[in-house]
Design a protein around this ligand. Structure first.
Ligand code: SF4
Ligand code: SF4
Ligand code: SF4
Length: 321
């Protein structure tokens, strides 16, 4: 009997999700035994045209990581959607825009201005040369993908069947999902989040949390936190109350606050709003001015509350004229 076909693709990705697949160690051999890997550009030399030539719906499972921030990412998202029976948004960039989504705090022109014009360079660019989608050379016309102004999640571009959260997803979680698919057991309804819980990271965290009232916040390097007490209780902003469980609270077990990479828990569409509501209940003041000055101690609130989820949040991006 023919093996089911598996594809793995990276769009605007750091490559960490690809490494996470290899982190299942020798079980990767089971994946190879169970699946016919038909497309995995990070690991093997496949051509886009080979995928285009496949029948629509002929790939059984596609794990798609990375956000969508240029024309090539979008074209491949549409191609993989068309060719795949089951398309999975794999990792926080595909789910929510992830770290690349923080580019939505600015514009493409501002980014280009900084990178190609204002940054010191060893090359004289005569006031800045920006990437062009089409450039005519003596040898012919060169085309490069067109960068978008707004970074999007995969499901803002095509329909997605399932979601596997994490930056990157944890190997045990990846293997559990692959095992589930191989078992032939019925999968949850479309749109389900696989391999993660339906509570918050705090539920898995071994630290004791008393929801202590706070007047002072610290950055992680400013204090030496007690290893058994909730980091938030000690004034370190920890996204645990606003983050889906499933990773086993990896970071807080290592004395590092949760950054929120598993995205918001169920029924909390906006992770930043959920975190603000959690903070609202522990600020030790009723005076609006004092509350403001306490919250002002939090450095980089957007990057803290929306580190992975800005592109998929209610805000999505800043408006700049
Ligand atoms: S989710 Fe994290 S590990 Fe995966 S591509 Fe994005 S930044 Fe990299
Ligand atoms: S806020 Fe952070 S440190 Fe505190 S219990 Fe939740 S996950 Fe653990
Ligand atoms: S503790 Fe938070 S940031 Fe760390 S892996 Fe888990 S969800 Fe991600």
């Amino acid at each position: 009997m023919a093996k089911p076909k598996l594809a793995l693709y990276w769009a605007a990705s750091c490559g960490g999700c690809e490494i996470a697949v290899l982190d299942i160690h020798e079980k990767i051999l089971d994946v190879d035994r169970a699946f016919d890997i038909v497309f995995w550009p990070a690991a093997m030399d496949f051509k886009y045209d080979s995928v285009r030539a496949m029948e629509d719906g002929s790939i059984d499972l596609c794990l798609f990581n990375g956000s969508i921030r240029n024309s090539e990412n979008a074209e491949l998202a549409r191609l993989m959607r068309r060719k795949s029976k089951t398309l999975v948004a794999f990792g926080s960039c595909a789910l929510e825009g992830g770290i690349p989504g923080l580019a939505n705090l600015t514009t493409r022109n501002d980014i280009w201005g900084y990178v190609y014009k204002d940054s010191p360079s060893t090359v004289s660019t005569d006031g800045g040369v920006y990437p062009q989608a089409h450039s005519t050379m003596p040898e012919g016309t060169i085309e490069i993908p067109e960068m978008w102004d707004t970074v999007k999640s995969l499901d803002q571009v095509v329909d997605v069947d399932y979601y596997i959260p994490g930056c990157p997803p944890q190997p045990e979680q990846i293997w559990a999902v692959i095992e589930l698919i191989l078992s032939g057991k019925p999968l949850p309804g479309a749109g389900a989040v696989l391999g993660a819980g339906d509570k918050t990271c705090c539920e898995e965290c071994p630290r004791e949390r008393k929801e202590r009232k706070l007047k002072q916040f610290y950055r992680p390097f400013e204090i030496e936190p007690d290893p058994n007490t909730c980091l938030l209780d000690q004034g370190i902003v920890c996204m645990g109350p606003a983050t889906r469980n499933g990773c086993g609270a990896l970071c807080t077990r290592a004395n590092v606050p949760c950054r929120g990479c598993y995205g918001p828990p169920p029924n909390a569409p906006d992770q930043g709003a959920k975190m603000l509501s959690a903070l609202g209940s522990i600020i030790d003041s009723h005076d609006p001015q004092e509350i403001e000055s306490i919250l002002d101690q939090i450095v980089d609130p957007m990057g803290t509350f929306y580190r992975f989820s800005l592109a998929h949040s209610i805000l999505r991006r800043v408006q700049k004229s």
